[in-house]
Design a protein around this ligand. Structure first.
Ligand SMILES: Cc1ncc(COP(=O)(O)O)c(C=O)c1O
Length: 410
């Protein structure tokens, strides 16, 4: 009789992992207060309060709360004057929004590889891609793990480049004791529903520069300027303002955040200790410069050979059948995404750019290996579970490995 649940065997667990999102009567009360205040949108105070509190939490001076993380990235790039004819170096292992924000300001995403042991952007790859058109580096703190900010800041300084941090998965993460977001020029966060702090949708930009703050504020608010008449529009802005409902929920979500982050980190450390003992399973490397990891994702690598040649796609399915919410995560590097075709004329071969980009010749071998063969994810809410829950994850991975012959032909 088959042992693996995928083949009809008994699963390692049938009980669910902690439910996400987490909310209670505090969110309900906060929402009711907004409804009853009558200020549902632009003139309420909760958005401003959230901007102040979240920016301070990320060790930044200023915050601009917006509709989502993609908008936060786009406004950050626009605030820095990045647009037609400019190149921005992004990792190829990330969510599409990282590259899409660059394209939406008419600039060119240039895809760098990632490091094999961290899955964050590889500074050596970044350096090799710098051209006279490069204006910025857009590192992603993937899964809540800060990219190598020492190396990136030094490259940016040497080459006079901006840094926009994609911190959409990295609330509270720290590099050498400094929270991410405003380590570079500007940083973007997301509060979409899977995220560790959420209001369904939402985002924020943080920065330490007063000048960039005013630009971002204006750009997200139709081009208005803080001290000028309401019906005067100075910058090419649009409406990306966060609502009072979102801000009210986020203020409550922040109250739980420290405790949740601590729990995720403790469980992740425990899991890494156990998983590193399984042949063919490798957690991402610990780095003492990362003083806090946000663990939006727990990413680990598998060596398909140690799993009898089964693909990561089959292994993820087998783990799901055992009751573990594992997923394959990103399954192709961004430059293989079909949507890029739509930018072929503009900006990818725009006359202002003076060059033409052909993504079909791009190769980032480490990201390709991560996408096609190695990288598996566990979601952040699984790390809110108990030690027993972590032990179930370990048992399921061991079980799949030990009975891998049942997966032959899948
Ligand atoms: C790395 C990364 N960048 C950008 C975004 C975009 O955020 P949003 O979905 O809030 O627009 C996300 C979120 O999904 C993300 O994970």
């Amino acid at each position: 009789m088959a042992k693996l649940a995928l083949k009809g065997g008994k699963p390692v667990r049938e009980k669910p992992f902690p439910k996400w999102p987490v909310f209670d009567s505090r969110e309900l009360k906060a929402l009711k207060e907004v409804l009853e205040s009558g200020f549902w949108g632009v003139r309420g105070k909760r958005k401003e309060e959230f901007e102040r509190r979240f920016a301070a939490y990320q060790h930044a001076k200023y915050g601009v709360a917006v509709t989502n993380g993609t908008a936060a990235l786009e406004i950050s790039l626009r605030s820095l004057g990045i647009g037609c004819g400019d190149e921005v170096i992004v990792p190829s292992y990330t969510f599409i929004a990282t590259a899409m924000a660059v394209l939406y300001v008419n600039a060119i995403p240039v895809f760098a590889d990632i490091e094999p042991e961290t899955y964050t952007i590889d500074p050596k790859s970044v350096e090799s891609l710098i051209s006279d058109k490069t204006k910025a580096i857009l590192p992603v703190h993937i899964g809540g793990r800060p990219a190598d900010m020492d190396a990136l800041l030094s490259i940016a300084k040497k080459n006079n480049l901006h840094i926009v941090e994609d911190a959409c998965q990295a609330w509270g993460a720290e590099w050498r004791g400094r929270r991410v977001g405003a380590i570079g020029d500007m940083g973007a966060f997301s509060f979409q529903s899977s995220k560790n702090i959420t209001s369904g949708e939402g985002g924020i930009i943080v920065t330490n520069s007063k000048e960039l703050y005013v630009k971002a504020w204006s750009l997200h608010n139709c081009g208005r300027l803080p001290q000028k008449p309401w019906y005067e529009f100075h910058l090419p802005g649009t409406n990306y303002r966060m609502t009072e409902f979102q801000a009210a929920i986020l203020l409550v979500q922040m109250e739980r955040f420290e405790e949740q982050t601590k729990r995720r980190m403790e469980n992740a450390r425990y899991l890494s200790g156990k998983l590193s003992k399984i042949d063919g399973v490798t957690p991402l490397k610990e780095d003492e410069r990362i003083t806090r990891h946000a663990y939006h994702l727990y990413i680990f690598k598998i060596n398909p050979e140690a799993f009898g040649g089964a693909s990561k796609f089959v292994i993820a399915k087998a783990l799901q059948a055992e009751g573990i919410p594992a997923s394959v995560g990103y399954s192709k590097p961004l430059y293989k995404e079909p949507c890029l075709e739509h930018f072929k004329k503009c900006p990818l071969s725009c006359p202002y750019y003076g060059k033409s980009v052909d993504y079909s010749s791009v190769k980032t071998p480490v990201a390709e290996r991560a996408c096609y063969h190695e990288g598996l994810w566990l979601p952040q809410y699984a790390l809110l579970g108990s030690r027993d829950d972590m032990d179930d994850i370990v048992s399921a991975i061991e079980k799949v490995r030990e009975n891998v012959e049942e997966l032959e032909g899948d």
